[in-house]
Design a protein around this ligand. Sequence first.
Ligand SMILES: [Zn+2]
Length: 190
Amino acid sequence: MAKALCERNNSKRMSYIDWDEYFMAIAFLSAKRSKDPCTQVGACIVNNDKRIVGIGYNGMPMGCSDDEFPWNKGSCTSLDAKYLYVCHAEVNAVLNKNSSDVKDCTIYVALFPCNECAKVIIQSGIKTVIYMSDKHSHKVVTIASKRMFDAAGVTYRQYIPKNQKIEIDFSDINWNEMSQLPQTPTKPED
Ligand SMILES: [Zn+2]
């Protein structure tokens, strides 16, 4: 039935997700890789051609075992709390870039960047921040971020989702139909 409808209908599908939804959803999907039991944050950097050039999530630096370093909250200066060790999503996204630089790019991030990430965002040349939540707006780290962004000409805006949920269902693909596709003939061994 669905296939017959697809064949008859010559106009494009209208329920596709828009660019902002797509990139914010990728930031949220990346956050699911985080081992932090309390706060999972993802970030996605996009250039002016709408190409993704960096993705990151909050995690321990390379070589610093997820199982050995602390994940608990506590004093920001405590050696037994996570704060001194964890790399934030924004920093990881900049460092993971697959282009020569991220100048004039946009970063999508779930939480408004802290002051340390704001410095990295500014210094890397990113020009726009699109965030989902500003729940720490009263904290000095966020106030300092905004002060730096304003001075450096980095614009920021909150993303208001059109849909509360975007579901990914691996069964959307009809595997049975795919398995009936003709097999590519294998080359005889040389
Ligand atoms: Zn940060």
